[in-house]
Design a protein around this ligand. Structure first.
Ligand SMILES: [Zn+2]
Length: 182
């Protein structure tokens, strides 16, 4: 019997993220400002960026802290998931959203989690780590919902950067957002 935490192959690149690209640091900095310090581990959000952060908001399956727009978008995504895939809704787990830090594989750049516009999702007891060319079946079932709402799925990152637990607001989505808090 298939389980939502089964590790299955990542689907072909041309079947996901259609019309969506990873968000550039320059775009996020221009829209949201500097989120805090470029630290190795999570540091607190700072400056004007703090005005954009919504903390501990119930979005359905769990609570998150993140960028105002991203938190509201997740609430809408999981309202649809609850209707259409109740088992996925019941079992989905969050491995972190807002975390001001540098990228693990590019320490001069802020992680998208720094701006609270990325979330790591898993099923069962352990997330599929970055660099693993597999995905939890549950993440595979969720990616069309995220894509429809303008989120890019990290399963398309190449080589060691592949990151199937990771979803982030796409470049195209962030460019459409107004400047300043919602
Ligand atoms: Zn991530």
């Amino acid at each position: 019997m298939s389980q939502l935490n089964d590790r299955i192959p990542i689907p072909p690149k041309d079947t996901m993220n259609t019309g969506l690209s990873p968000a550039k640091q320059s775009t996020m900095l221009a829209k949201f400002g500097k989120p805090g310090a470029l630290t190795k581990n999570c540091s607190p959000p700072a400056g004007k960026f703090k005005l954009r952060v919504k903390s501990n908001v119930d979005i359905g399956p769990f609570k998150v802290s993140g960028l105002d727009f991203a938190v509201e978008s997740l609430r809408q995504i999981f309202a649809e998931v609850q209707q259409q895939l109740p088992e996925v809704f019941a079992q989905v787990k969050n491995d972190g959203m807002l975390c001001v830090r540098h990228r693990r594989k590019a320490p001069t750049l802020f992680s998208n989690h720094s701006f609270g516009c990325a979330i790591d999702i898993f099923f069962g007891t352990e997330a599929v780590g970055q660099g693993t060319h597999l995905t939890h079946r549950g993440n595979f079932l969720l990616f069309p919902f995220f894509n429809r709402h303008g989120w890019y799925w990290g399963a398309e990152f190449s080589g060691d950067f592949v990151d199937s637990m990771h979803f982030e607001l796409a470049e195209e989505t962030i460019l459409k957002l107004p400047n300043g808090p919602l």
